[in-house]
Each structure stands twice: as C-alpha cells, then as structure tokens.
Design a protein around this ligand. Structure first.
Ligand SMILES: NC(=O)c1ccc[n+]([C@@H]2O[C@H](COP(=O)([O-])OP(=O)(O)OC[C@H]3O[C@@H](n4cnc5c(N)ncnc54)[C@H](O)[C@@H]3O)[C@@H](O)[C@H]2O)c1
Length: 257
C-alpha cells in the first residue's frame, strides 16, 4: 500500500500532458518538492521518460495513459491513480494542442479538437479529482492558460479556450474555496517546447532565428523555459499559497501578458 493511502505525509499530484514540455518539467519539479506524481498523457508509453527521470532523482511517479477529453478514460485514470498512488490532491491541467489558422481557414475539426482538449479536458479532470480534494479538505488546481487568451492572430480556437479556462478557474475558486481548495491559472508567454517548435515550422521559420526574434520582444530578453512555468506551479500548489485563489498569473518575462 502506498504511503499516501496509508495516511503518510506524501501528497499526490496529477500533471496532464506530462510526457514532454511544460508538463514534464512540472512533474519533475513537483516530485522534487515531495509529491508522488501521476504523469498523465495520451499514451502511457510516452510517459516513460518523465517517470524514469523522477525515479532516478529519488522521487515517486506513475505513468498513466488517457485522453483528458474522454470521460470514461478520465474516470478510469483517476481511479487508478487513487488506487496506486493515493488520492490526488493536486491537479495541473496542462495537456494542450494547437490547431492554428486564420478564422476563414479554420475548420470545424480545428475548433472542436482544441475545445476538446483544453476545455472539456480540464472540466473532466477537475470534476473527477475534486471529489478527493473535498474529502481531504485540501486541494490545489492549477490550469494552463496563455497570453493568447488576450487575442492572437491565427488562434481564434486556442485563444477562446485559454480565455475560457480563466473563467473556469475563477469559478472553481468560488465553488471549492470552502473545502480548502484553491484554483489558479498560469498564463505563459513564449516558452521553448515542441509546441512552439511546431509553430515555427508551420510559419516556415528557422527555429533559432524565430527564438531570437521572439526573445527580442520580451522585456527580460530571453525565451521562457518549461522550468519557468514549473517554478510558478510549484509556488501555487505550495502550502503557503493557500490564500491565493482565482488568480491568473502571467509568466511572460514582462508585464504585457
Ligand atoms: N509553449 C508555450 O509557449 C505555451 C505558452 C502558453 C501556454 N502553453 C500551454 O502550456 C501547456 C503545455 O504546452 P507545451 O508547450 O508543453 O506543449 P507540448 O505540445 O510540448 O506538450 C503537450 C502535451 O499534451 C499532451 N496532450 C495533448 N492532447 C492530450 C489529451 N487529449 N490528453 C492527454 N494529453 C494530451 C501531448 O501528448 C503532449 O505531451 C498547454 O496547455 C499549452 O497550451 C504553452
């Protein structure tokens, strides 16, 4: 039986989309902070690298395969996490996709997939996990928004989803606060991951030139790294952040989120 199920001090965190990028860095960071971490992504085999990295560093992790937008897969995944690691009390809604196009070229499928993963996915995961948080009278939900929530050319679908997640977060904070649960959103600016590499490729841009150009427009004069976001999530899920709820924290190297 796991330490957490036995009533030990180790809390369980779930990070979605944690096979790579921001999710992987966040899973590693939360493990280093002392959480047992469920590393969830579409395919369990893709989580092996993140899980191995955590275990090599002395942490505890479980790889779980699920589509966050599929209700049956989500309930099975959360039940497995509760049984194998312990009741999840921290949730990081990080799984994401882009299907960028100008509005007149955006297909129904481009729109629907982005809503499926970001909005339906965060809804299903949070609804499944909150039962454990309410029972424990303690919980932390952190959801990945984006500076794109403020409007971004070619991202009508993604900007809508990321703005929607801010409303979702504020409502979670209002509903769940009395159960000791906080909910916050982190809205990154430009972060170096496979997602932004794919954007550069779609625009036909050389990666290094693209990063340099983006960095030149950022006040701290560099691109963001996944660890910058992991650090922010670490703060928001910490014990001491219990009076921070319903907030959107732009992590963009400058004030203009
Ligand atoms: N990279 C950036 O500049 C940036 C900026 C703002 C916000 N974000 C957000 O941060 C989050 C992580 O982005 P990233 O750059 O690390 O992206 P990424 O593409 O590198 O990783 C996303 C992960 O989510 C997983 N995923 C996709 N659909 C899923 C589903 N239905 N179920 C489960 N897992 C799924 C993917 O398999 C992948 O491992 C996303 O929500 C993204 O929108 C990223």
């Amino acid at each position: 039986m796991s330490e957490a199920v036995a009533g030990g001090p180790q809390r369980v965190a779930v990070v979605t989309g944690a096979a790579r990028g921001i999710g992987a860095a966040t899973a590693r960071r939360l493990a280093a902070d002392g959480f047992a971490v469920a590393v969830l992504d579409l395919r369990e085999e893709d989580t092996a690298g993140t899980v191995a990295g955590i275990e090599q560093a002395g942490g505890r992790a479980l790889g779980v395969g699920a589509d966050v937008g599929d209700a049956d897969q989500v309930s099975a995944a959360v039940a497995r996490i509760a049984a194998e690691l312990g009741p999840p009390l921290v949730l990081v809604n990080n799984a994401g996709v882009t299907r960028d196009n100008l509005l007149f070229r955006m297909t129904d499928a481009d729109w629907d997939l982005v809503m499926h993963v970001h909005l339906r996915g965060s809804f299903l995961m949070t609804r499944a996990v909150q039962a454990h948080m309410v029972e424990a009278h303690w919980g932390r939900v952190v959801t990945l928004s984006s500076t794109s929530a403020l409007g971004n050319r070619g991202q009508a679908n993604y900007a809508t989803a990321k703005a929607g997640l801010q409303g979702f977060t504020k409502t979670l904070a209002v509903e769940l606060g009395k159960y000791g649960v906080t909910a916050n959103a982190v809205a990154p600016g430009f972060i170096v991951t496979e997602m932004t590499r794919a954007t550069a490729a779609r625009l036909g841009r050389d990666w290094d030139e693209y990063v340099a150009e983006r960095a030149a427009g950022i006040p701290v004069a560099r691109a963001g790294q996944p660890e910058d976001i992991a650090h922010t999530v670490s703060f928001l899920v910490s014990e001491g952040a219990g009076f921070v709820s319903g907030q959107v924290l732009y992590v963009a190297g400058g004030p203009r989120g």
